[in-house]
Design a protein around this ligand. Structure first.
Ligand SMILES: C[S@@+](CC[C@H](N)C(=O)[O-])C[C@H]1O[C@@H](n2cnc3c(N)ncnc32)[C@H](O)[C@@H]1O
Length: 238
C-alpha cells in the first residue's frame, strides 16, 4: 500500500511523522498511490487518493458527538459499559483492537484502567494525534499486535475487549469516512486466533463487539448478550 505524508502545513511535524512511520514525504498532493496524511489547523488528516470523494478523516475526542457519547458512558447506560461489567466495578481492561479509540475513550470515561493495542501504524498515528489534542492520559497505548503482546506480557487483565473488523455485507451505504477506513484496514482475518489468546489471558471475561446479525466469533456461543439496534456485545465468562 502506497502512503505518503504531504508537507504543506506544519512542516516540522509532517517531517517527524514521515520519519517515524518510514513514509515518503511529498511537497504537493500525490496523484498516484493509496492514501496520504496531512496536517491542517493542528490536526492530522488521512485522505484516500483513489477515492477523493471520501471525506478526509480526522479523529477528534473533543467533538460534540464524542462528548455526548462520553457523557452517556459516564452514567453507565451504555451497553459497552454493561457488557464489560463496569456498572459497579472499575475493571482493568485490555482493548485488543483500539482502532479509532472510541470504545477505549468510553471505558476511560467510566474510570476503568484501560490498556489498548493497535497494530496499524496509520491508525496509531491518527489516534496519538487526537489523544494529545484531547490530553488523554489515563490509557496505556501499545503499538503492536495484541496476540504478540498477550503472549509476552506479565500483566493480568480482568476483561479483554475485542472489536475486530467485520467483512462488510450491508446493503445500505456506510458513511464515507467509514469506507475510507475499511479501504485502509481491510478485514481482520486472524480474529478467531485473537479470541483464543484473549480467552487464555482474561481473569473475568472476554467481550466481543459484533454486527447484530454476525455469526459468533470463533464459532463460540456467548453466555450473555447485550443487543443494540445494529451491534451486539457477546460476553464470555470465565
Ligand atoms: C473495528 S476497529 C475497532 C474500533 C474500535 N473499537 C473503536 O472504538 O474505534 C478494529 C481495529 O482493531 C485493529 N486490530 C485488529 N486485530 C488486532 C490485533 N490482533 N492487534 C492489534 N490491533 C488489532 C485493527 O487494525 C483496527 O484498527
Amino acid at each position: 500500500m502506497d502512503i505518503f505524508v504531504v508537507n504543506k502545513e506544519e512542516k516540522e511535524k509532517a517531517d517527524a511523522l514521515a520519519t517515524s512511520l518510514a513514509l515518503p514525504i511529498k511537497e504537493n498532493l500525490p496523484e498516484k498511490g493509496d492514501f496520504f496524511l496531512f496536517y491542517h489547523n493542528q490536526k492530522l488528516y488521512l485522505q484516500s487518493i483513489r477515492h477523493p470523494e471520501f471525506k478526509a478523516f480526522c479523529l477528534d475526542f473533543l467533538s460534540p458527538e464524542m462528548l455526548r457519547k462520553k457523557a452517556t458512558a459516564a452514567t453507565s447506560k451504555d451497553l459497552l459499559i454493561k457488557a464489560v461489567g463496569a456498572v459497579k466495578k472499575r475493571p482493568k481492561i485490555l482493548d485488543c483492537t483500539l482502532g479509532l479509540g472510541v470504545d477505549s475513550f468510553l471505558l476511560m470515561a467510566r474510570n476503568c484502567e484501560v490498556w489498548a493495542c493497535e497494530r496499524n501504524k496509520i491508525l496509531s498515528a491518527l489516534w496519538r494525534d487526537a489523544a494529545a489534542r484531547a490530553n488523554l492520559q489515563n490509557i496505556r497505548f501499545i503499538d503492536e499486535d495484541a496476540k504478540l503482546f498477550l503472549k509476552n506480557t506479565k500483566e493480568n487483565f480482568d476483561i479483554l475487549y475485542l472489536d475486530p473488523m467485520y467483512p462488510e455485507k450491508r446493503k445500505t451505504a456506510p458513511k464515507k469516512e467509514m469506507l475510507l477506513l475499511r479501504e485502509l484496514l481491510g478485514g481482520d482475518d486472524d480474529a478467531d486466533k485473537l479470541f483464543s489468546c484473549a480467552w487464555e489471558k482474561a481473569r473475568e471475561r472476554v467481550v466481543v463487539k459484533r454486527p447484530i446479525h454476525a455469526e459468533y466469533l470463533a464459532g463460540e456461543k456467548p453466555v450473555i448478550q447485550y443487543r443494540g439496534k445494529s451491534i451486539r456485545y457477546d460476553v464470555y465468562l470465565k
